[in-house]
Design a protein around this ligand. Structure first.
Ligand SMILES: O=P(O)(O)OC[C@H]1O[C@H](O[C@H]2O[C@H](CO)[C@@H](O)[C@H](O)[C@H]2O)[C@H](O)[C@@H](O)[C@@H]1O
Length: 315
């Protein structure tokens, strides 16, 4: 998880705050930007993976909002997945950096600003262009805050509470941290894939007369998930367990990483290694000298494309 906070001038870039989750090889990222009206701002919330699936984008840019903007004005778009607290801190950060539209830091201003974010994220909270008052040079924040104050004056605290409650309810962080309930999809997946540790008796019964083979993932299974993929080390205790396991069952590590890389982490010659998503499979070596024994290579369809020593491989 990386966080980058950049502050730039008003020449068209706007301030940017970026929250990324990903690895060196493919990035899943969430990005939140506070941009200006020169067409450089934008908001994108993406979750992607190496296989190009599961990508979703939450873009909260509103055409009406753009019409609000005079040459010097700013618009704000936010990742709707941000929690309430993150949104408030984003706006406070932004105001500190620009020294514009700074409202004394108190609860009321925080709520006002948070609601401003909600307004930017939800086009339905904007009035239509026809209803808009003429725009004087100044910040879009100011415009939103003005509207907000009007709304507050008209509708009072009930509306504020409703918006804040609604933002809290839609905040994934809030939902995750306080609501342990699982979605229907998640619970049905878990029912279909129960933990083996809770099913040992059933597994023992089902495996009578059969051979058990262990297939283990590496990242996040044998090693913790860490920021730098090159430092995803396996603990000695885990190595000892894997070694013991391999005494009882044929044991394979299946990974998207290249086989050599996984081997360099695990360093157990007695295991099977299926690297590069199964395109490169090697069985246990017979002994130390046998480590590169061609016979232990079980499946390596890409080998015919190797050119000399330069190999194309997954990281
Ligand atoms: O197929 P897998 O063995 O499950 O490999 C999936 C990816 O694992 C690695 O990335 C993941 O672990 C990293 C280290 O903890 C972490 O920084 C990253 O965010 C995780 O996605 C590996 O670097 C990737 O190449 C694999 O595709």
């Amino acid at each position: 998880m990386r966080q980058t906070v950049e502050g730039r001038d008003g020449l068209g870039e706007g301030e940017r705050r970026m929250v990324e989750g990903g690895d060196n090889h493919c990035e899943g990222q969430r990005m939140t930007e506070v941009g200006d009206c020169h067409g450089n701002g934008g908001s994108m919330a993406e979750g992607g993976d190496c296989h190009g699936e599961g990508r979703n984008m939450a873009e909260a840019r509103d055409a009406t909002a753009r019409q609000d903007c005079g040459p010097e004005e700013r618009f704000l778009v936010v990742d709707q997945n941000l929690s309430f607290a993150e949104m408030v801190s984003l706006i406070e950060e932004r105001d500190k950096m620009t020294k514009k539209n700074v409202v004394a830091s108190n609860t009321k201003s925080a709520i006002n600003m948070a609601i401003t974010v909600a307004a930017a994220a939800n086009s339905s909270l904007f009035t239509t262009a026809a209803q808009k008052p003429p725009v004087a040079p100044g910040s879009f924040f100011t415009i939103l805050q003005r509207k907000l104050i009007q709304n507050l004056e008209i509708n009072g605290a009930a509306r504020v509470n409703a918006w804040v409650d609604s933002m809290r309810a839609s905040s994934p962080t809030h939902v995750k941290s306080t609501t342990p309930s699982l979605s229907e999809d998640q619970s049905s997946w878990i029912l279909r894939h129960p933990s083996a540790l809770e099913m040992l008796e059933q597994i023992t019964n089902a495996s009578k007369g059969k051979q058990i083979v262990m297939f283990l993932d590496y990242d996040g299974t044998l090693s913790p998930i860490v920021e730098d993929p090159d430092r995803a080390y396996m603990s000695d205790a885990m190595r000892t367990t894997a070694r013991k396991l391999a005494r009882y069952f044929p044991t394979a590590i299946v990974s998207g990483r290249c086989r050599d890389k996984v081997y360099s982490f695990v360093q157990l010659a007695e295991l099977y290694y299926a690297g590069s998503h199964g395109m490169d499979i090697k069985g246990p070596s017979k002994g130390p000298k046998d480590k590169n024994d061609a016979q232990s290579v079980l499946f390596q369809p890409a080998s015919e494309f190797h050119q000399g020593s330069s190999r194309v491989k997954f990281p």
